[in-house]
Design a protein around this ligand. Structure first.
Ligand code: ACO
Length: 373
């Protein structure tokens, strides 16, 4: 039993091999296919990163142009999918919309040799922003938006559909960097879910639909929404500090802090923090960013804890005018690239994922007839 306790939540267990990413390796940090996250966030776009994850190498200019053209052409939604999305209640969480949308698309454009895993990965990358925002506008005001678009990137497409007009270069760049940061993270809970489902030889959509479900919880992707719900309560940094000290005294979890694998820092947090500050300066904010910085300082002082990617993503997304319930769905839009790479990798050298458990239930016993229980 003590061994099981030590490995609770499979912490520290090597559950397989991957060529896709390293997380928290000494002296290496976060890399996607050998490139550091700092290098990719500074020198690449999300489409280049998605191509890298899915195809194994960064694209040439010609390959990138073709890839972007392909993704652009896939943004439109089939009519039956629009009908399904129109049935989803406006009170639904947008993560449930994406989970439903992905599953429904799987019934309309099933995986076959003519519509293979690469085609589905492309289609899901291109349509996930469309599904989310088609439902959002329909649920909010009954408006049926056009999701086919000529916007030059997924980041620009998302912001344009959300706000109904093209976004500024700064906003598109921050969105793009955020998509790069969320794209891949080795054997996290949702990716492991995708791999487990893929290992049963189920179809691609089943694996991604399961991944969306795993990502939804506040201990994983849902933390960016929970972080926003915390920081937006405060009008000043002093107010935030007082409340946080009390929360820690009450042994509450502070969402957007801590990590299973990183022990000293989440390298993604430093990157998104810089962009959040740029957005804060650009819009003259003097509440949200100072509150966030104070929360970070208190967590370091009181708990020795550091922010993970979700913490400063929350303020960055708010500055981009994104409603809080869409924060985790953006994680989905990006992570489809990493999930896809992992499903391909699992399938290329598959063995059913099926661990065992240490039994801690009752000793063997006989069934007492129902009248005598
Ligand atoms: N706030 C306060 N205390 C914390 C936090 C936190 N965010 N995270 C961990 N702790 C404390 C725990 O209460 C525990 O204390 P204890 O030993 O006194 O019981 C100790 O630190 C160890 O925590 P565990 O939960 O055992 O760590 P684990 O590796 O299982 O969990 C996790 C990692 C889930 C990320 C955790 O840090 C957490 O719940 N953070 C908040 C949720 C969050 O931000 N999730 C996003 C993850 S990153 C991502 O998905 C992009």
């Amino acid at each position: 039993m003590s061994e099981v306790k030590k490995t609770g939540g499979l912490a520290g267990i090597v559950a397989g091999e991957t060529k896709i990413a390293t997380v928290g390796k000494e002296g290496v940090g976060l890399t996607y296919r050998g490139y550091t996250i700092e290098d990719l966030a500074a020198n690449a776009t999300f489409e280049e990163v998605a191509y890298l994850l899915i195809h194994g190498e960064l694209p040439t200019q010609t390959q990138l142009d073709t890839y972007k053209k392909t993704l652009k052409a896939l943004r439109g939604l089939p009519a039956p999918l629009k009908t399904v999305l129109e049935q989803v209640p406006k009170e639904a969480h947008p993560m449930d919309v994406l989970r439903t949308g992905c599953s429904a698309l799987g019934t309309l454009e099933q995986e076959t040799s003519g519509h293979d895993q690469v085609a589905i990965a492309n289609r899901l990358l291109a349509t996930s922003p469309s599904m989310l925002l088609y439902w959002f506008h329909f649920a909010k005001s009954g408006k049926r938006i056009e999701t086919a678009s000529n916007a030059p990137s997924i980041a620009a497409h998302f912001l344009e559909m959300l706000h109904g007009k093209p976004a500024s270069d700064l906003h598109v760049r921050v969105m793009d960097v955020s998509l790069i940061l969320y794209a891949e993270h080795e054997f996290n809970a949702s990716t492991f879910t995708c791999r487990t489902i893929a290992s049963t030889l189920a179809d691609f959509y089943s694996a991604v639909t399961g991944g969306i479900g795993a990502l939804r919880g506040p201990l994983h992707g849902g933390a960016n929404e929970a972080a926003m719900e915390l920081i937006e309560k405060f009008q000043t940094a002093d107010e935030a500090e007082k409340a946080l000290v009390q929360m820690l005294h009450d042994k509450k979890l502070i969402m957007g802090f801590g990590h299973r694998v990183y022990k000293k820092a989440d390298p993604r947090s430093d990157i998104i923090k810089v962009w959040s500050k740029k957005l804060s300066d650009a819009c003259g904010d003097n509440v949200l960013y100072p509150v966030s910085e104070r929360v970070e300082a208190v967590m370091r002082r009181e708990k020795g804890m550091f922010p993970n990617l979700d913490f400063y993503s929350a303020s960055a997304y708010r500055f981009l005018g994104i409603p809080t319930p869409m924060f985790t769905p953006i994680f989905v839009i990006s992570r489809i690239s990493g999930w896809s790479a992992h499903i391909f990798e699992q399938r290329s050298n598959n063995r059913l994922i099926r661990p065992t458990a240490e039994y801690t239930g009752p000793q063997q016993r006989a069934v007492v007839p129902i009248g005598k229980r």
